[in-house]
Design a protein around this ligand. Structure first.
Ligand SMILES: Nc1ncnc2c1ncn2[C@@H]1O[C@H](COP(=O)(O)OP(=O)(O)OP(=O)(O)O)[C@@H](O)[C@H]1O
Ligand SMILES: [Mg+2]
Length: 690
């Protein structure tokens, strides 16, 4: 007898469950996605004991007929795909037909569902993959799935679960993400004792950020929106004989980006505050992470990360979501196009906004490894490769992170106080339709973009969703926060017209403008001006060099000689003329203008040291752009005006006007702030005038 056997369905489902359901949060994720796919506008999640004991998700979506309900728990049963071709253009969050049977194979599940069209709804009980009971039930339209005793029949899995608070933290993070991606829908998350998330529908993502994270967070973010038509982008035109005039090629659509990014003054020590949604699906993607880091290169320090909420919309054919069972990774058809689009859009937005750092905010904004949207110790995404390991966390109030001065910015959702009595439930908050609107829905996107960027306080025409101020739970201060956030965006443009008053300890320039009092760090200001000039000159090979009267002799160790050899050519293009002078000595005969003596020596030592650190990481070693910017940053740093240097008024004015012309007057190439503003409002407030 042969040894190979087909596995029984129950075993196959448990194997699938191993990939799809690794913790309570992954159950919530699958159920949330199902509810969104079913067009729900209101989603309520209840959990007990961090989801181990109970997860109940109710939605007001389209529901299921009795037949569909029976089929839904079969393996590979889905309403979202029909043919293999459909896999190439997935417009729903789910498509594998695996989630429900996987969950049902490792828990006790109750399904209650009604379409509103059939005379009665269906109630069904399943445990360990077996249907135990099916009956009629009078139910409103929608679906409620109750998942109890998760992993009751797989003790090994149960052992891997973390503390209740950690699991609840993961669930909170997840509901928060989906709430951000769907501001027009009502999300609630309740534990046995608390309302953790309560987010009624709002018109704009900005308002949703306010609802969930509060005013300070919103004030530190700036909006971004961009669009790139895919017409011909990245792909060759078909030859004339392949073109069919009767059947013109379908519009290839466009890449669209919207969302929020942090001002350079806000820096994080990890990537936890970067959120990327593709067609409303939250994903982890190294390529886009890289694009975002690139956008901030030389604006924030290389060891810091920004806070970014990025919503990318693209035709479903452009992105393959069928890469990982947990659907948290994707593959783009045109990788570099998407990468460059994200990098350039963010970079352009940063250059355009030139946000000025507030004096008080800068005091608080030391880079912090914030848990961001996550509660402490939470992983970014259940099932994602970066998600583990998670240190156990036994603090039951874990996600109510204490606020300290150094941690002024957090994306951690604040726990709303429990709302006594019944939640207000108006007919208004139930809106028909919803669900995932395919990217093709131009109007929908247009509206979404308009909603995101229109002036605060004006609901879009025809908008029927409750405005925050209509809702008793939403503080009308949301409006003020929005206005402040928007106003804060336009500032550094005035640098050129500031009036310098003098210097503080011959190191900082004091200047006044309409908006307040400015303090400018003269060294880093000059550093930024020089840095951008050096890069520009280098690009057109017009670097100015100066001959040294006496060659400068530099002693190097053998390992440093090797590093030097690898960067010698780039140094030469930056104005250096260096010749070997014995086995361990270099003679520098010419150098970029402005760099001499000990500064020149220190600059060379710095670049060699930084480049040798890199040679341990071969992947970066050949990155010429990085080397180029590193050299430019180093030359700029060592030839810029130093602190403790007196400047006459004309020189100060020159410095300010040159700084105004740079792309990033916000921070020096190493990420330190250049100009801080003590705003007129802050001054008035401090003197108790307002
Ligand atoms: N909340 C819901 N409302 C209406 N229909 C639902 C709901 N949840 C599930 N269904 C139906 O049950 C089917 C099976 O759900 P399941 O989550 O197992 O698979 P899927 O969503 O199609 O794919 P995936 O495994 O990728 O999630 C869905 O295709 C859908 O038709
Ligand atoms: Mg699903």
């Amino acid at each position: 007898m042969g040894r190979i056997r087909i596995l029984p369905d129950q075993v196959a489902n448990q194997i699938a469950a191993g990939e799809v359901v690794d913790r309570p949060a992954s159950v919530v994720k699958e159920l949330l996605e199902n509810a969104l796919d079913a067009g729900a506008t209101r989603i309520r999640v209840e959990v007990e004991a961090g989801g181990r004991k109970l997860i109940r998700l109710s939605d007001d979506g389209q529901g299921m007929t009795r037949d569909d309900a029976l089929l839904a728990f079969e393996r590979h049963a889905t309403s979202k795909l029909r043919t293999a071709d459909d896999l190439l253009s997935i417009a729903t969050l789910g498509f594998r037909g695996e989630a429900l049977p996987s969950i049902a194979s490792v828990a006790r599940v109750t399904l209650e569902t009604a379409t509103g069209e059939e005379t009665t709804g269906t109630r069904m009980e399943i445990a360990g993959g077996k249907i135990l009971h099916v009956s009629d039930a009078a139910l409103p339209r929608g679906t409620t799935l109750t998942v109890a005793d998760l992993f009751f029949n797989t003790p090994a899995r149960r052992k891997f679960l973390r503390a209740e608070s950690t699991e609840l933290g993961h669930i909170t993070a997840l509901v928060t993400h989906y709430a951000l991606a769907n501001p027009d829908k009502h999300f609630e998350l309740l534990s046995a004792t608390h309302t953790i998330v309560s987010a009624p529908p709002v018109a704009r993502i900005a308002e949703r950020i306010y609802q969930i994270f509060g005013k300070e967070t919103l004030a530190q973010l700036l909006p971004v929106a961009a669009e790139l038509p895919l017409q011909r982008a990245g792909l060759p035109e078909p030859p004339p004989w392949r073109k069919n005039p009767d059947n013109p090629a379908r519009d290839p659509g466009s890449l669209r980006l919207s969302g929020f990014y942090s001002k350079p003054e806000l820096q994080k020590l990890n990537r936890n505050s970067i959120y990327i949604f593709i067609n409303k699906r939250l994903i982890r993607d190294r390529l886009l992470m890289h694009a975002i880091t690139e956008a901030y290169r030389n604006v924030i320090p290389p060891t810091s990360f920004p806070v970014v909420l990025l919503f990318l919309e693209m035709p479903p054919e452009e992105v393959d979501v069928n890469v990982h069972p947990a659907k948290t990774e994707v593959r783009f058809r045109q990788q570099s196009l998407v990468h460059d689009f994200v990098r350039d859009s963010l970079r352009t937005a940063l250059i355009k906004a030139r946000p000025a750092a507030g004096f008080l905010a800068a005091l608080d904004s030391a880079p912090a490894a914030s848990p961001s949207l996550m509660p402490p110790a939470a992983s970014p995404l259940p099932g994602s490769p970066d998600g583990e390991p998670v240190p156990p966390d036994s603090n039951p109030a874990a996600f109510q992170t204490a606020r300290t001065d150094a941690d002024a910015f957090e994306l951690t959702p604040h726990l709303p106080t429990p709302i006594p009595g019944k939640l207000p439930f108006t007919a208004q908050s139930f809106q028909p339709g919803g669900g995932f609107s395919g990217w093709n829905d131009q109007q929908a996107w247009g509206e979404a973009a308009a909603a995101l960027f229109q002036p605060a306080g004006l609901p879009p025409a025809g908008d029927c969703s409750p405005h925050p101020s209509d809702d008793p739970r939403v503080n009308p201060a949301a409006e003020t926060a929005l206005i402040e956030a928007e106003q804060a965006a336009a500032n550094l443009n005035q640098l050129g017209s500031l009036r310098p008053l003098g210097q503080l300890r011959e190191s900082f320039i004091l200047a006044t403008g309409d908006d307040g009092l400015w303090i400018i760090d003269q060294h880093v200001a000059h550093e930024r001006i020089l840095f951008e000039k050096i890069l520009r000159d280098r690009q057109v090979e017009k670097v100015m060099r100066q001959r040294l009267l006496m060659p400068l002799l530099v002693e190097l160790k053998p390992a440093q000689m090797v590093v030097f050899a690898s960067i010698a050519e780039e140094l030469e293009r930056n104005g250096f003329e260096v010749e070997p002078f014995g086995p361990q000595t270099l003679a520098v005969k010419a150098a970029p203008v402005g760099l001499e003596g000990s500064s020149l020596e220190r600059m060379l030592a710095e670049v060699i040291e930084q480049s040798s650190a890199d040679s341990d990481e071969p992947k970066q070693n050949h990155d010429l752009t990085e080397l180029r910017t590193r050299i430019a940053a180093s030359i700029a740093c060592h030839s810029a005006i130093k602190v403790n240097t007196p400047l006459d008024p004309a020189r100060m004015e020159w410095l300010l006007s040159e700084l105004a012309k740079t792309s990033h007057p916000t921070s020096c190439p190493h990420g330190r702030p250049i100009a801080l503003m003590y705003s007129w409002k802050e001054i008035q407030r401090a003197f108790h005038r307002i």
